[in-house]
Design a protein around this ligand. Structure first.
Ligand code: 9MR
Length: 470
């Protein structure tokens, strides 16, 4: 088994420490004590690489049934560093019969992602839709108990493997009421949402816990305000919520509006991260995609963006051709606009150094140590790999490796435990059984690859062990 085990090492249990949560994701950052970096243009050549260079992620929904499609996985593995199971973690998939849990398809996706350096968003623990039949016909306290048990079991099963959960999905009503949607779950009592969050928090204290919904993009809409008021109330009462997901399915009836940035920043100001979780745009206009990305990049707590599928033919709305790749896998103009907006965007802020740093480690700084001398390994097999530090945050740092002397290369890099590599770009990674030694192979994205290391208290620079031309 070459599957890497990052994220399995859990910090000591204790009270949920919201600003010190260590996550195996490039982007999930609690932005406290922020020191802002200047806006710097970068030259990432893939969506995931560009986002990671800015401290964020770029993800996609994945269907387990498509993982055998080579054209699909080629794009997936090259472009994305976050994955959401499109249907495989929903209640009907994971608990088809009461008390009998089924994780096969979900694990296929999780394993595919994590063995390639991508992180996973969990979707979703509690929802009025896609319930298993046995749950649809339940009500009252029996349903409340069954829902809480489901949340506990599923979040526990994936503990350490899912960086963020959509704990509750789509619980607010459409239209002008700004209130809750009627459902069997809602009829168990208005506190069902916070009960679900508390159960998820107990099961996985380190995952970010999100509320996720659609048609909450327009700041003036009653539904947006309803969710905003709930999140404000949760924060005021200490209900464990970390993030809000904006599905952002934009179409002619529910178009992108320029106050979207106000929506994202207003929620962030409540003290939660914001994530764009299911982005697709009817017709995929490049300008609208660009605006969405620019809006996220303008909000320090906007951690990342997930598109709801890879090619138009993979979309739940295929006829709207709403995605970044056309059905034969070519990049659409919207892709170029998104990549440029990521490269031109503002990095997430670095965090202030932790107040107590173990004596053996180098304390983090709030500016990237760009002047640090590069480490050059002994030459081997006809190529040279040079590692350079790039951006450093309070909990993690990026490194960039430049290879010369070969186009088909294989570079071995070691991190120092308890460090873990949480994201990579511009290469195909595999890990040894310890999870500390990564072999990165060229994947046609050029001769510069990068990766994010979760420091876990140790700031030692990763070491290049060898470079081999093949
Ligand atoms: O993309 C999903 C599609 O394959 C399913 O048939 C559908 C069933 O409800 O759910 C789709 O995903 C939804 C997501 O889970 C929640 N937000 C709306 C998405 C599109 O309907």
């Amino acid at each position: 088994m070459t599957e890497r085990c990052h994220g399995d090492t859990r910090p000591p249990t204790g009270p949920r420490a919201r600003t010190a949560v260590v996550l195996a994701a490039a982007a999930l950052l609690a932005a406290t004590g922020a020191a802002f970096l200047p806006s710097t243009a970068s030259a990432g050549t893939t969506l995931g690489a560009s986002a990671a260079e800015k401290g964020r992620y770029f993800g996609t929904a994945v269907a387990a049934s498509r993982l055998s499609d080579n054209a699909y996985t080629t794009i997936l593995n090259r472009e994305f560093n976050m994955v959401t199971a499109e249907n495989e973690m929903k209640m009907n998939a994971t608990e088809p019969q009461q008390g009998r849990f089924s994780y096969g398809a979900a694990e296929q996706i999780v394993n595919h992602a994590r063995s390639r350096g991508m992180s996973v968003r969990g979707h979703t623990l509690a929802w009025h839709s896609q319930q298993p039949g046995w749950m649809e016909s339940m009500s009252g306290s029996a349903l409340r108990q069954a829902m809480l048990n489901h949340v506990t079991q599923v979040a526990t099963h994936f503990r350490g493997q899912v960086v963020a959960w959509d704990v509750v999905n789509e619980a607010f009503a459409d239209g002008g009421s700004g209130g809750r949607r009627d459902s069997n779950l809602q009829r168990t009592g208005n506190d069902w949402i916070e009960a679900a969050f508390r159960a998820a928090d107990a099961a996985d204290p380190n995952a970010k816990l999100c509320y996720n919904d659609y048609n909450t993009d327009n700041w003036t809409h009653a539904k947006t305000q309803g969710v905003y008021n709930m999140v404000r109330d949760f924060k005021a009462r200490g209900v464990p919520i970390d993030c809000v997901g904006f599905q952002s399915h934009f179409n002619n009836n529910s178009p992108y509006v320029s106050n979207y940035r106000t929506t994202l920043s207003s929620f962030a100001a409540l003290g939660v991260d914001v994530q764009i979780t299911e982005l697709d745009i009817q017709g995929a206009p490049a300008n609208t995609y660009r605006s969405v990305v620019e809006d996220c990049m303008a909000v320090p707590r906007c951690n990342g963006i997930t598109v709801w599928g890879i090619r138009d033919s993979d979309s739940w709305l295929a006829s709207q051709t709403p995605l970044l790749f056309n059905s034969n896998g070519s990049k659409k103009p919207a892709y170029d606009a998104v990549l440029a907006a990521l490269n031109n965007g503002t990095p997430v802020p670095t965090t202030a150094p932790p107040t107590s740093v173990p004596p053996t480690s180098v304390p983090p700084t709030s500016t990237p140590p760009t002047t640090a001398p590069p480490t050059t390994p002994p030459p081997g097999g006809g190529c040279t790999a040079t590692l350079q530090d790039s951006t450093r945050w309070g909990d993690r740092f990026n490194s960039q490796v430049t290879v010369s002397g070969a186009s088909n290369w294989s570079v071995v890099v070691a991190v120092t435990p308890p460090q873990k590599v949480s994201a990579t770009w511009n290469g195909s990674p595999s890990w040894d059984s310890s999870g500390n030694v990564m072999t990165m192979r060229s994947n046609g994205s050029g001769n510069v690859f990068g990766f994010t290391t979760m420091a876990n208290g140790n700031w030692t620079r990763p070491q290049v062990l060898s470079c081999t031309a093949s």
